[in-house]
Write a protein that binds this ligand. Structure first.
Ligand code: AMP
Length: 496
C-alpha cells in the first residue's frame, strides 16, 4: 500500500467516510482501479478477496453518482443508477454494508436484495427509490418481474466474483438481467481468475475494458504459511485439535467439500469441546447471518464452511484456515487460503491430505506453482508413529517423483465411499485412544443427511419447477439434487 486517498480528490462526504473507516492508504487494487473507474471506463479486474476491491469500485462509482444526489422524497428522483451483482447472500449483504458506510454522508441511497428473505421489506425499500442496488441474480429477477426494480436508468453495473457466479450457474440469469440495462453504461467485472468463460462473458458485455491485475490470478498471498499434513480421514479432527493447540490458534475457518460433511464436522468438533458453528447453503438466511455474527464476535472459535457459503466473506484476521477436505477444484484452494493472511497479517493454511488425495494435491501444486511437501503431524499423545504416517506414505507411493510435480498419477481407483470405509476401519483400529468416548452415540450421525429444518421448506430446484418466476425464488441455485451429496467423490458433484 503506497498512495493516500487524499491524492484522489474524493468529494468531501466520501473522503470523510473513508477517513472514518480508518483507511490510511490505498490498497493496490484501489490504486489502480479507482482512477480508471472515475473516468467511466469498463474494467476487468483480477483481485483476490480481501484486497479492498469493494472500495475500489464503490468509491469512484459513488463519486460519479454524486451529481444525482437529491433530497427529494419522491421515488422518481432516486432511480437505480448502479447495480452490483454478487453470487451469495452473505457477500451481497457484506458489500451492501460497506457501500452504505462509504455513502453515509451523501444523499445517495443504497439497499440490498437477496433470496431466503421475505420479499416485502425489500420491495418497500425498492419502491422508496435507491441509487445503488446490491443484489444476487435470482432475487433481482424476482423483483424485476414483480416490477419492484426498474433498471432502465442504470449507468453502472458491477459483476463481482463473476467466476463464482458462473460456477453457481447464474449465467442465464446474468444474461437476462444485463438485457434489461441500457447499452450505454459502464461495466465493471471482478473475478479471482480470468478463465476462458470469464473472458467470453467480458467480450460479450464489456467495451474496451481496462484490465487490472493486482496479484497474478492463482497466486497465493506470501503472508500465508501453507502446510500440508498427512492425515487419514479418521485422524483429521485430531490433527485440527493438535494444530490449534500447538500453534495457540484461537479462531479458524475449516473448509469441507459438502454440506453433509459441513454439518457433521461442526457437530463432531462441538461435541469434542470446540466452540463451532457451520455455514452452508442449507442453512436459512437467518441462521447463516447468526453463524457469521457469532464468529465475528468471538462467540464461536471455528467456522466450518463450504466453498460457496464462504466465498468472499469479509472476516478479518482469521489466524488460520484448515482444508479438512482437499478441494476438488484447485482454484478453491486459493480462495480458501485467501481467508487468512489478509492485509499483510500473517496466516496459517493447513491442508489435511489423505492417501486418496494425490491427484487433487497435484492440481494445487500446478496451480500455485510451488512444490508441496507433505509433512507428518507430531501428536502430543502417545501414538505409534508409523501409523500416523500412513496417509503420507500412501500419497508418496501414489506417485511422487523427483520434484514431486506433474508426475503424480490419478488417485487410487477404489470408489470414495469404499475407500473411506476402509480407511475408517483402519483408522479406528490405529487410533482407538483418540476417539471421543461418546462419538458414535449421537443419533445425529445415524440419520441420513437432511437439510436444516429452518431452511426453506421447498428445495430450490422444486420451487423453481413449480412456482411461476414471479414468486419468491430460492436465491442460490444448487447445481444438483441432494442425491449428489452422497457421491462426494466425484469432483463434478461439488455442492455449495
Ligand atoms: P474487500 O476486499 O473489499 O472485501 O475488503 C476487505 C477489507 O479491507 C474490508 O474490511 C475493508 O473495510 C478493508 N479495506 C478496504 N480498503 C482498505 C484500505 N485502503 N485500508 C485498510 N482497509 C481497507
Amino acid at each position: 500500500m503506497t498512495s493516500s486517498f487524499s491524492n484522489l480528490s474524493l468529494a468531501e462526504p466520501l473522503a470523510r467516510a473513508v477517513a472514518e473507516m480508518g483507511y490510511e492508504s490505498m490498497t493496490p487494487i484501489q490504486e489502480q482501479a479507482i482512477p480508471v473507474v472515475l473516468t467511466g471506463q469498463d474494467v476487468m479486474g483480477a483481485a483476490q478477496t480481501g484486497t479492498g476491491k469493494t472500495a475500489a469500485f464503490s468509491l469512484p462509482l459513488l463519486q460519479r453518482l454524486l451529481k444525482h444526489e437529491s433530497s427529494s422524497t419522491s421515488p422518481a428522483r432516486h432511480p437505480v443508477r448502479a447495480l452490483v451483482l454478487l453470487p451469495t447472500r452473505e457477500l451481497a449483504d457484506q458489500v451492501a454494508q460497506q457501500i452504505a458506510l462509504y455513502a453515509k454522508y451523501t444523499k445517495l441511497r443504497s439497499t440490498v436484495v437477496f433470496g431466503g428473505m421475505d420479499m416485502k421489506p425489500q420491495t418497500i425499500e425498492l419502491k422508496k427509490g435507491v441509487e445503488v442496488l446490491v443484489a444476487t441474480p435470482g432475487r433481482l429477477l424476482d423483483h424485476i418481474e414483480a416490477k419492484n426494480a426498474v433498471l432502465n436508468q442504470v449507468e453502472y453495473v458491477v459483476l463481482d466474483e463473476a467466476d463464482r457466479m458462473l460456477d453457481i450457474g447464474f449465467l442465464p440469469d446474468l444474461q437476462r438481467i444485463l438485457s434489461y440495462l441500457p447499452k450505454q453504461r459502464t461495466t465493471l467485472l471482478f473475478s479471482a481468475t480470468f478463465s476462458p468463460e470469464i473472458k467470453r462473458l467480458a467480450s460479450s458485455y464489456l467495451q474496451n475494458p481496462i484490465t487490472i491485475e493486482v496479484a497474478r490470478p492463482n497466486e497465493t498471498a506470501s503472508t500465508v504459511e501453507q502446510r500440508f499434513y498427512s492425515a487419514n480421514d479418521d485422524d483429521k479432527r485430531r490433527a485440527i485439535h493438535q494444530v490449534l493447540k500447538s500453534r495457540g490458534i484461537k479462531q479458524a475457518f475449516i473448509f469441507v467439500n459438502s454440506k453433509l460433511g459441513c454439518a457433521r464436522l461442526a457437530r463432531s468438533l462441538e461435541r469434542e469441546g470446540l466452540k463451532t458453528t457451520a455455514l452452508h447453503g442449507d442453512k436459512s438466511q437467518d441462521e447463516r447471518l447468526k453463524a457469521l455474527e457469532a464468529f465475528k464476535s468471538g462467540e464461536v472459535d471455528l467456522l466450518v464452511c463450504t466453498d460457496v457459503a464462504a466465498r468472499g466473506l469479509d472476516i478479518k484476521d482469521v489466524p488460520a484456515v484448515f482444508n479438512f477436505d482437499v478441494p476438488f477444484n484447485a482454484e478453491d484452494y486459493v480462495h480458501r487460503i485467501g481467508r487468512t493472511g489478509r492485509a499483510g497479517a500473517s496466516g496459517l493454511a493447513v491442508t489435511l491430505v489423505s492417501g486418496s488425495d494425490a491427484r487433487l494435491v497435484a492440481d494445487i501444486e500446478k496451480l500455485i506453482k510451488k512444490k508441496i511437501d507433505l509433512e507428518a503431524i507430531e501428536y502430543e499423545e502417545d501414538q505409534p508413529r508409523g501409523r500416523i504416517n500412513d496417509g503420507r506414505r500412501a500419497w508418496r507411493e501414489a506417485g511422487e517423483t523427483g520434484d514431486g510435480r506433474d508426475a503424480l498419477p490419478a488417485a487410487p481407483a477404489a470408489p470414495r465411499r469404499e475407500r473411506d470405509q476402509r480407511v475408517g476401519r483402519e483408522g479406528r483400529e490405529q487410533h482407538r485412544g483418540f476417539r471421543p468416548a461418546v462419538a458414535s452415540r449421537d443419533p445425529f450421525f445415524e440419520k441420513p443427511y437432511e437439510a436444516s429444518a429452518a431452511a426453506d421448506a421447498t428445495p430450490a430446484w422444486e420451487a423453481a419447477k413449480s412456482a411461476p418466476r414471479s414468486s419468491v425464488s430460492a436465491n442460490i441455485k444448487p447445481k444438483r439434487k441432494v442425491a449428489a451429496l452422497f457421491k462426494a467423490a466425484q469432483p463434478e458433484t461439488s455442492v455449495q
